[in-house]
Ligand binder design. Structure first.
Ligand SMILES: Cc1cc2nc3c(=O)[nH]c(=O)nc-3n(C[C@H](O)[C@H](O)[C@H](O)COP(=O)(O)OP(=O)(O)OC[C@H]3O[C@@H](n4cnc5c(N)ncnc54)[C@H](O)[C@@H]3O)c2cc1C
Length: 366
């Protein structure tokens, strides 16, 4: 079986490695350099704190593979709430996750403060920690996945923007066409226009997310998501990466540099949540994809034509598991993930012409 893959991010590269390892001939096309899309711009937070059994199984498998590949640095993932309603949700989530056997626990704000003295715990109503979580270096992930794909025989083209002449034929910029037995489109936001050219609609929207990285800090911090203030951070090469600032955007027109207002307000939020006030080193933005029900689109959209996108900001974390899942689906073998989520991730569960806000807020300007 000869498979063409469009997109050299974490997902396309995982699929390439998993298909080639199982005996498929694989050719991957990346329009720019590997990891130049969202994968090289991600925060790299990975955790298994999901109450949904499928999401938990996917995350557990992904963490397992990142560990096997030596890419995961252990780092607890803490999520906190300030409002009573959010705190109730945190407690319910912990109970559901523990029932799935995940190493997740509720801890008191005082205990969090004892573990991480730099975290400002005043005003916290509930805290939970996922002990099996970790972080990855996005560049290292892309490099390792590319090395692995090539080592098992995949051919990887960079600087090669392609289009689809039909669902299983890839057209190069010079007009050369290659017919495959199957094509996988893992091209991030570009997946939608690539398929639209073949009249295959996809329920996919795009939003822009932003992060900043501080200068080094002399304090231990976990990864942390503040559910009430809607921002997150993780330790990053001696400093701290702090992120959010997400908003809907036209993927054809977006700024890869973070907004100055985002940098200022995020720095203030971080200062208010810790005893730290480091200077900001770098900042950037990237594009994330969204679906109407927040589950990804992973599967076949036409005979021999497969997609993998719609990660809702969790694609780097899930690439090792759902790339493997797609490779197994495509080859018709059994998925290693328990309870295969075929309907849950089936890209044809939508008509494709749905109108929805990528961040799920119907009152936002859209
Ligand atoms: C600021 C930020 C923080 C994030 N933090 C996290 C996080 O902590 N954890 C997490 O799990 N996820 C995170 N994400 C989300 C994560 O980055 C994405 O979900 C994931 O990288 C998607 O991988 P992908 O391979 O599907 O897409 P991409 O990495 O976008 O790859 C798609 C590739 O397709 C290529 N392409 C497009 N069109 C064509 C064409 N016509 N021909 C050839 N190639 C083409 C693009 O150049 C691109 O390289 C974050 C994202 C952002 C922006």
């Amino acid at each position: 079986m000869h498979v063409g893959i469009v997109g050299g991010g974490a997902v396309g590269l995982t699929v390439a490695g998993d298909l080639a390892e199982r005996g498929s001939a694989v050719t991957l096309y990346e329009r720019d350099r590997l990891g130049s899309g969202a994968s090289g711009r991600a925060a790299g937070i990975c955790y298994d704190a999901f109450a949904d059994p499928t999401d938990a199984a996917v995350a557990t498998r992904a963490l397992e593979r990142y560990r096997e590949w030596g890419l995961l640095s252990p780092c607890p993932y803490v999520w906190v709430a300030r409002e009573a309603q959010d705190a109730r949700a945190v407690r319910e989530q912990v109970a559901e996750m523990r029932a799935l056997g995940l190493d997740v626990e509720e801890i008191t704000p005082e205990a969090l403060g004892e573990r991480y003295p730099a975290v400002e715990t005043g005003g916290l109503a509930a805290c939970a920690v996922a002990n099996d979580a970790g972080t990855v270096d996005p560049d290292a992930v892309v490099e390792r996945l590319a090395d692995r794909a090539r080592a098992v025989g995949a051919t990887v083209y960079t600087g090669t923007p392609v289009s689809l002449a039909d669902p299983t034929t890839v057209a190069m910029p010079d007009g050369t066409e290659t017919a495959f037995d199957a094509v996988v489109v893992a091209a991030g936001p570009a997946t939608k226009p690539l398929l639209a050219a073949l009249d295959i609609p996809l329920a996919l929207e795009t939003y822009r997310a932003q992060v900043l990285v501080t200068e080094p800090v002399a304090a231990a911090l976990p990864s942390l998501y503040d559910a009430s203030r809607e921002f997150y951070w993780r330790p990053w090469k001696g400093g701290i990466l702090v992120g959010d600032g997400a908003h809907a955007v036209d993927p054809a027109e977006w700024d890869p540099a973070a907004d100055p207002e985002f940098v200022q307000s995020t720095r203030e939020r971080f200062r208010g949540a810790t005893a730290l006030d480091p200077a900001v080193g770098r900042s950037w933005a990237g594009l994330c994809t969204a679906t109407p029900d927040r589950d990804p689109l992973v599967g076949q959209v036409a005979d021999g034509c497969w997609v993998a996108t719609g990660w809702q900001g969790h694609g780097l974390m899930r690439a090792p598991a759902l790339g493997e899942y797609l490779a197994e689906q495509l080859r018709g073998t059994t998925s290693i993930i328990d309870a295969p989520p075929a309907e849950q991730f089936d890209p044809t569960r939508f008509d494709g012409d749905e109108t929805f806000h990528p961040l799920g807020d119907p009152t936002a300007d859209w």
